[in-house]
Ligand binder design. Structure first.
Ligand code: GLU
Length: 411
């Protein structure tokens, strides 16, 4: 089964639970448009290399397509389509006026010089320009892309259109129209969702422990904001390895260490553990913040956390969901828990359209309020239908999508 088919499993459960008509279900199961592009780049050694990129617009039913662009050697069309589908559902759960999209380039960016990375980024925008724009499809950062890359994209697109176009892309630096609070937003949302889950279980943050898989933008901010909330973070990891400290980490200090050394591994006072041990740790909250397909039928039985709060997109397979559910573990699904990034992307876009900017406090307050509202809606649907939080989140998303489809005359 490929990843796109796998991603449809909880959606189909939601469709059955809601007794949705087949036409509407079919619309959601098929991405509206997927573009594959070839991007030639003059390399520093004088040769020319052609890279493959994608932009998938899964849905524009609720608004322009929205979603990040990832740079990774394993990117492929199925993955990009799946990530775009998750964006549609994530935006609908968060109550944003957006559809879903995603882009990707097959590349290991650590192997490129800064000049090559810029040329590749500009080349990608040149190739997808016909289908993007502030009212059509709004890219953003994702795995291995950041504010600098968004800045090059914004510059290239502004040159192509001959206009200042900050609203065509989000996750930018403040100097080119970014929003305060955007960098930490996905991690902040994961923590807001985890705190809501703890509240439901009657556990005070000070009595909770957490293990965070991944120390990129999402994982590092999740870990730091868990520390701010008083949750003891006992395990951390990145692609190089995992570390443990029963007394809890000062995650801001770990972040400083990572900036100097490039990895969490070897952090003073920590014990090395394996990634498998991190996922199986007896903690209150496990936050997988790395990438998809991490908790599978092979390791789900070993999970001892009380709550899984998904910072990554698609970290848990449907087979694993069934095992976790049987064990009584509460899974706060990706399309709810990691919606904080796109929520603040939405605020950035609004600020760009208005040319009027908010304080960081305003951004955090609005983000927190929207995420708590979404959490409560999903939890209420889970109770109403007797389903897990993932299926409930798809029910919330489908309700908005189907209502709009009906009014638009699509089904
Ligand atoms: N890449 C992020 C995600 O998967 C953010 C997308 C956005 O801000 O548009 O949710």
């Amino acid at each position: 089964m490929n990843i796109f088919e796998m991603a449809q499993i909880p959606l189909n459960k939601a469709i059955e639970t809601m007794k949705l008509d087949a036409g509407a279900a079919q619309i959601i199961a098929n991405p509206e448009r997927t573009l594959e592009v070839a991007i030639p780049v003059k390399m520093d050694d004088g040769t020319t290399k052609v890279f493959t990129g994608y932009r998938s617009q899964h849905s524009t039913i609720l608004g322009p397509a929205k979603g990040g662009v990832r740079y990774h050697q394993n990117v492929n069309m199925d993955e990009v389509k799946t990530l775009a589908f998750w964006m549609t559902c994530k935006c609908a759960v968060a109550g944003l006026p957006y559809g879903g999209g995603k882009g990707g380039i097959i590349v290991d960016p650590s192997k490129l010089s800064k000049r090559e990375l810029e040329a590749l980024t500009r080349g990608f925008i040149d190739k997808i320009a016909p289908i993007i724009g502030e009212k059509r499809d709004i890219p953003a950062p994702d795995m291995n892309t950041n504010a600098q890359i968004m800045g090059w994209m914004m510059d290239e697109y502004s040159k192509l259109t001959g206009q200042y176009e900050p609203g065509f892309i989000t996750g930018k630096a403040i100097a080119v129209g970014g929003s305060l609070g955007r960098t930490a937003a996905t991690g902040r949302g994961v923590v807001v969702a985890a705190l809501e889950a703890l509240k439901l279980k009657g556990i005070a943050p000070a009595d909770a422990t957490a293990a965070v898989q991944g120390f990129g933008n999402v994982g590092s901010w999740t870990a730091k904001l868990f520390c701010d909330a008083g949750v003891k973070v006992v395990a951390l990891s990145d692609v190089f390895g995992a570390i443990y400290n029963a007394d809890g980490f000062d995650c801001y200090a770990v972040d400083e260490y990572v900036k100097k050394t490039g990895s969490v591994v070897g952090y003073p006072g920590s014990h090395p553990i394996t990634n498998a041990e991190l996922l199986a740790m007896k903690v209150t909250v496990l936050a997988p913040c790395a990438m998809e397909l991490q908790i599978t039928a092979d390791n789900a039985d070993a999970v001892q956390a009380e709550i899984i709060c998904e910072g990554a997109n698609g970290p848990t397979t449907p087979d694993a969901d069934a095992i976790l559910d049987a064990k009584g573990i509460m899974v706060v699904p990706d399309i709810l828990a990691n919606g904080g990034g796109v929520t603040v992307s939405y605020f950035e876009w609004v600020q760009n359209l208005y040319r009027y900017f908010w304080t960081e406090e305003e951004v955090i307050e609005k983000q927190t309020a929207m995420m708590i509202k979404a959490f409560k809606e999903v939890h209420a649907k889970a109770e109403q239908y007797g389903v897990d939080m993932r299926v409930a989140a798809y029910i919330v998303a489908l309700n908005s999508l189907v209502e709009a489809m009906k009014i638009r005359g699509m089904c």
